[in-house]
Design a binder for this molecule. Structure first.
Ligand SMILES: *Cc1c(COP(=O)(O)O)cnc(C)c1O
Length: 401
């Protein structure tokens, strides 16, 4: 049995006619940009997030850029964020002319270490951008208090956390702005690129809306230099059909995560993700392989060091890479989110974060592996993953014998 890391066609089968009808309706309407389909989705999405405003845009990356620009962050400003994320988190900060300032993550949660934020604040710091990585919510009460104490704006990167909540309140409703991605593999995925910004302040919502359409408050009057970044009607139609199913899909992800945690709990060579708060939406299930599985089961330390670790000054990842390869040979396809942290990317060389500057982030990139988790993953497929994992990673009994 082959187990894919995700399967984007299953939802089409599940929602079949409703999706096809919605798409055909847009096609036949002739209204492809703007209009009622967009307005309806924005309203539905704002309600789901519990924010008064939602503005659709081109992508999660653009959502971050629009939020930053809308809050007036740009040249000369610093934004504190995490380097253990998808590149777009920092790229958006740089795109508006500001500078990303990276702090290390917490080893247990993989999220920005709240203890380290204060020391990174300078007179140029304008905002904090927490990333709800893998669907796990950042403690927004603590982060919000910290930001308020230093008069910093909070821009939540919710790209991986649609459907997640902290203390019963959805992510994206806590900060000054929440930025979402509808990239197909996210918890709510379109049939292409898409994103949204949520916020409370009506003036900020209006600025973001203008920026997304060429800084144009009314037709052919341009009051700022903006972007062409709209959510198109076809995507909005697809997303409107899918959104009501998000809660059940997130529940399924939680169930799959619980099952993995139970079935893999006794494997000594493996660090499982902490269950986290109840609002975790499990966009990814990320395990760590800190050392090679014992000789009788795993590679016994005979794995081949990777070129990446030397090239980018990162800890050796051969044990993780070995397991990924062995899983693939058994039909279980996994992904590494992310093999090179943002601060060690060639594009950010000029920021000067050398090897060892963010030790936990760097170690995680060498050890993490994401097991298949998506709502349509069948119980039989998941059983295959756990069975293969149990074969490949030494168990306590075999260690004792
Ligand atoms: C996917 C992602 C983005 C960017 O979203 P796109 O829609 O692909 O532009 C930003 N931040 C994080 C953490 C992401 O996972």
């Amino acid at each position: 049995m082959q187990v894919p890391p995700f399967d984007l066609t299953e939802q089409l089968h599940q929602l079949g006619e409703a999706l096809e009808d919605a798409v055909l309706q847009v096609l036949r309407s002739g209204q492809y940009i703007g209009g009622a389909t967009i307005a309806r989705f924005e309203q539905q999405f704002a309600q789901a997030v519990g924010a008064p405003h939602a503005i659709g845009c081109n992508s999660g990356t653009d959502a971050l850029v629009l939020a930053l620009r809308g809050l007036g962050i740009g040249e000369g400003d610093e934004v504190i964020t995490s380097s253990f994320s998808f590149f777009a988190t920092a790229e958006a900060i740089s795109a508006v002319g500001a500078t990303p300032v990276f702090v290390d993550v917490d080893e247990a949660t993989y999220l920005i270490d709240l203890e380290l934020i204060e020391a990174a604040i300078t007179p140029a710091t304008r905002a904090v951008m927490p990333v709800h990585l893998f669907g796990r919510p950042v403690d927004m009460e603590r982060l919000g208090a910290l930001a308020a104490a230093h008069d910093l704006r909070v821009i939540e990167d919710c790209a991986q956390a649609t459907g997640a909540s902290w203390a019963g309140r959805p992510v994206g409703s806590w900060g000054d702005a929440g930025c979402f991605s509808f990239f197909p593999t996210k918890n709510l995925g379109g049939a292409g690129d898409g994103g949204a910004v949520t916020c409370r302040d009506p003036a900020l919502a209006a600025r973001i809306r203008e920026l997304a359409v060429h800084g144009m408050p009314r037709r052919y009057l341009h009051t700022s230099l903006g972007y062409n970044s709209r959510l198109d009607a076809l995507q909005a139609a697809v997303l409107s059909v899918k959104l009501p199913h998000l809660p059940e899909w997130v529940e399924r992800r939680r169930h799959l995560a619980d099952t993995y945690r139970r079935e893999l709990a006794d494997l000594q060579g493996l660090v499982l993700p902490e269950p986290g708060p109840s609002g975790h939406s499990w966009n990814q299930f990320v395990v760590r392989i800190p050392r090679c599985p014992a000789a009788e089961a795993g590679c016994g330390g005979s794995c081949v060091p990777s070129g990446d670790s030397a090239a980018y000054g990162l800890p050796e990842s051969c044990c993780r890479d070995w397991l990924k390869q062995a899983l693939a040979e058994a039909g279980v396809n996994t992904i590494i989110y992310y093999p090179i942290p943002i601060h060690r990317q060639p594009a950010y060389e000029e920021l000067g974060y050398g090897p060892g500057s963010l030790p936990i982030t760097e170690r995680l990139t060498a050890e993490v592996l994401s097991l298949p988790i998506f709502p349509e993953l069948s119980s039989a497929q998941q059983a295959t993953v756990t069975a293969v994992m149990r074969q490949l990673v030494a168990q306590p009994l075999s260690l004792a014998s």
